[in-house]
Design a protein around this ligand. Structure first.
Ligand SMILES: NC(=O)c1ccc[n+]([C@@H]2O[C@H](COP(=O)([O-])OP(=O)(O)OC[C@H]3O[C@@H](n4cnc5c(N)ncnc54)[C@H](OP(=O)(O)O)[C@@H]3O)[C@@H](O)[C@H]2O)c1
Length: 279
């Protein structure tokens, strides 16, 4: 059933179809990764299930086991505290060889494997909110029973909402601190750049647009050119020009140290949440 780029099975279930689940359903449909008839979702409330069914034309139910029954892939898009209870709830409905894909922070592949029982393969994914607009960054880690083809399929699923990379599970707390928390850090950078624009006389809306697209463009340059950001920065910084004066202010303000510490603290916190979840 496994094709690297497209889901060719009969059924892919998304349990707990909230913000991330909805982004995945939209991405899978828009990218052609899966068709409506292949996607089944579950929600906790009837109005939400009806809305998902009407909006995306997918089968939607309040019964997790119904959604999961016989599916080749089951995405667990639930809050971390609900992942293990819901896996236990649906365990009897899981098809042999099912691939479970969890997006929940802190819940390990080993915990999910234990709950799901032998025969299930588990991939853990850490996406971020830009997945809601198809610009996500997801890191994926395999449990012990995942075949290369299943991992490739999981990666293709998340490529439908942005970029996706495979990492070792021990790196997922670090990923949480960088790319999952990172959008919040960058929103603060955008807000501050725009505030600077306002300070030098730009209308607020214009300042915000300039700041946001500057961040999009700079990120795009790093990815498209493959150049080290220091080299790209040097290319913008003409001798005795204005940019170098701005850079001096950023260094004096400790921008680099602040961002390094922000990622480190968020990653440490992700690790502590994981430890607490395992106790
Ligand atoms: N949002 C992010 O940026 C992000 C990034 C990385 C990872 N994650 C992870 O993704 C997971 C989902 O996050 P989210 O932001 O998408 O949360 P969310 O919007 O709250 O989605 C969870 C959904 O599960 C539903 N639900 C609750 N109990 C259920 C049950 N027993 N059976 C079936 N569905 C149930 C909720 O319905 P109600 O609203 O009716 O309770 C809600 O629609 C979390 O584990 C989070 O750690 C999120």
């Amino acid at each position: 059933m496994v094709n690297a780029e497209k889901f060719e099975g009969n059924k892919i279930a998304v349990l707990g179809c909230g913000k991330i689940g909805e982004a995945l359903v939209r991405g899978m449909l828009e990218s052609g990764f899966a068709a409506r008839r292949q996607i089944h979702v579950s929600a906790r409330r009837a109005p939400r299930a009806e809305w998902l069914s009407e909006t995306f034309g997918v089968a939607a139910t309040l019964d997790n086991a119904d959604a999961a029954r016989g599916a080749e892939v089951v995405v667990l898009a639930l809050k971390p505290s609900l992942v293990l209870p819901v896996v236990s709830e649906v365990a009897e409905a899981l098809a042999p060889g099912v691939l479970l894909v969890s997006v929940a922070a802190s819940v390990t592949t080993a915990q999910i494997e234990r709950q799901a029982g032998a025969g299930s393969a588990v991939v853990r994914a850490m996406p971020n909110t830009p997945a809601l607009i198809g610009q996500g960054m997801t890191a994926l880690a395999s449990g012990t029973r995942v075949s290369p083809a299943q991992l490739q399929l999981a990666r293709a699923l998340f490529c439908s909402v942005g970029r996706a990379v495979v990492v070792e599970e021990r790196h997922l707390d670090a990923v949480t601190g960088l790319s999952a928390s990172g959008p919040a850090f960058i929103y603060m950078v955008i807000e501050s750049l725009a505030e600077g624009g306002v300070r030098v006389g730009l209308p607020r809306d214009l300042a915000l647009e300039l700041a946001a697209q500057t961040v999009v463009g700079a990120g795009g340059m790093v990815l498209a050119t493959g150049e080290h950001p220091a080299k790209l920065k040097d290319a913008v910084t003409t001798p005795a020009g204005c940019t170098v004066d701005g850079i001096l202010e950023l260094e004096a303000g400790g921008l680099r140290v602040a961002l390094i510490k922000a990622v480190s603290r968020a990653a440490e916190r992700a690790g502590r949440l994981a430890d607490a979840a395992h106790r």
